[in-house]
Design a protein around this ligand. Structure first.
Ligand SMILES: [Zn+2]
Length: 90
């Protein structure tokens, strides 16, 4: 009997477990992106205003354009894929 035969099954089960975990995490993230497409802006902490550098007067956050929310990267990818799908069906 080959000494490698005993190690073949645990490697395969480890790889399968890793792939299942990766699939579960990906599907969970896509579910979050579907239910809550927006997240709070990290730069202005959801306020939509940023302090100015010199006068300390409030100015509109450039990252979120003053909305205080930002589209999640996963939702951006889903929107892009949906747009590709809609264009291909025309
Ligand atoms: Zn912002």
């Amino acid at each position: 009997m080959s000494p490698l035969a005993a190690t073949a099954t645990p490697i395969a089960s480890t790889a399968a477990g890793f792939l299942l975990t990766l699939a579960a995490v990906t599907l969970g993230y896509l579910g979050v992106c579907w239910v809550r497409p927006f997240r709070r802006c990290r730069r202005c902490h959801g306020t939509g205003r940023r302090p100015g550098l010199i006068l300390r007067t409030g100015r509109t956050c450039r990252r979120c354009d003053g909305t205080g929310e930002h589209l999640r990267p996963g939702r951006t990818a889903l929107n892009y894929l949906r747009e590709l799908h809609d264009k291909s069906n025309r």
